[in-house]
Design a protein around this ligand. Structure first.
Ligand SMILES: [Zn+2]
Length: 340
């Protein structure tokens, strides 16, 4: 059987080992991102001046208090809707003059990364390790998450190394310095179609860099380390975080994303089984739907294992049946259930 694993944000909720000690903090989902962000901002006493442009736009768009917006108890939409509003506002209504401070979208993108990193501090996830043991050679793993829980667990099982991202990193930045990539034969591949917290790209020379401590990529939330410089062109502070922001119309025209989507399409041709784990498959995920329709094919009699919380079942069933009318679906209420 040729299996395609689709990994979504719900998969990262299976991480009880987190040791951040922040009550109520779990890996964020689209619908509860701002609740989780509020917990992190309050607990870490994040400097409001760094978040200023975001707070200013949230005040204008949603009437939140400017200095200390109560993100948690607010009328904020889900993350994707807010990011889309910020993007529309800038494109349509903001003047095109040079902005001396980061835009609200840039701030929100880094805040997303920061909240995820904080929510996932801790040892390697045992549930993800159990999942990693279920992967067979030849399976395709498409991961829509920015976080590293899955790769770290696969690496602990000896099933992943940095070549598994299928990207030509110019160099790897570690706490001990800069080195070349160590492996050129991937053990298993993880195709991260929305980017990853540990991928950086130089805005000057466009080199892709792998960074073992993703906190160092966040310019707004410095981890008290010297500012990063590009190992190729030596420009300081030029590495940007390579994650595709959660917009209703995401852009994949640029590499490495164009390549990763194309490659995923090729790899998933002939799939006869899909395992969907914590993936919400929202109506806006047109690119993912196009991928499945193009490569797997809508008329295929695939078997579909769906791991989701019971309250999302009806919506997901409707969604998957629209794409695969002939699919046979088996349901699992949790990842622990599935890997057992
Ligand atoms: Zn550079």
């Amino acid at each position: 059987l040729r299996t395609l694993f689709l990994i979504g944000a719900g998969c990262s909720r299976n991480y009880p080992e987190a040791d951040h000690g922040i009550v109520g903090l779990e890996s964020p989902l689209n619908r509860d991102f701002f609740d989780k962000a509020k917990l992190v901002i309050d607990h870490d006493r994040l400097d409001a001046t760094r978040l200023r442009s975001l707070f200013r736009d949230l005040h204008q768009l949603y009437g939140l208090h400017l200095r200390n917006p109560d993100l948690g108890a607010s009328s904020l939409d889900n993350l994707e809707a807010v990011m889309t509003h910020l993007n529309m506002k800038r494109q349509l209504f903001d003047s095109r003059r040079y902005h001396p401070e980061p835009t609200s979208e840039e701030v929100l993108k880094e805040l997303i990364a920061y909240v995820i990193i904080r929510a996932q501090s801790g040892p390697v996830s045992t549930t993800h390790r159990a999942l990693a043991r279920k992967f067979a050679p030849g399976d395709t793993i498409v991961d829509f998450n920015y976080d590293l829980l899955l790769e770290n667990a696969m690496a602990a099982e000896g099933r992943f190394d940095e070549a598994g991202y299928c990207l030509p990193f110019y160099q790897v930045v570690t706490p001990d310095g800069v080195r070349a990539m160590e492996h050129d034969q991937a053990k298993m591949q993880v195709l991260k179609l929305h980017g990853s917290l540990n991928w950086g790209r130089c805005i000057e020379c466009t080199s892709l860099i792998l960074i073992t401590n993703p906190l160092r990529l966040l310019r707004l939330f410095p981890s008290r380390e010297p500012s990063l410089e590009c190992p190729r062109c030596n420009r300081k502070g030029s590495l940007e975080l390579m994650i595709v922001p959660p917009l209703q119309t995401k852009e994949y025209a640029d590499n490495p994303f164009r390549f990763l989507w194309l490659y995923s399409e090729r790899k998933t041709i002939g799939t006869d089984r899909i395992v969907s784990i914590g993936y919400s498959f929202s109506d806006n995920d047109r690119a993912a739907e196009a991928l499945l329709r193009t490569s797997v094919g809508s008329q295929t009699r695939i078997s579909l294992d769906v791991v989701t919380t019971p309250d999302s079942r009806t919506q997901l069933e409707r969604r998957y049946h629209k794409v695969f009318p002939n699919a046979e679906i088996s349901w699992f209420d949790s990842l622990v259930d599935y890997v057992r």
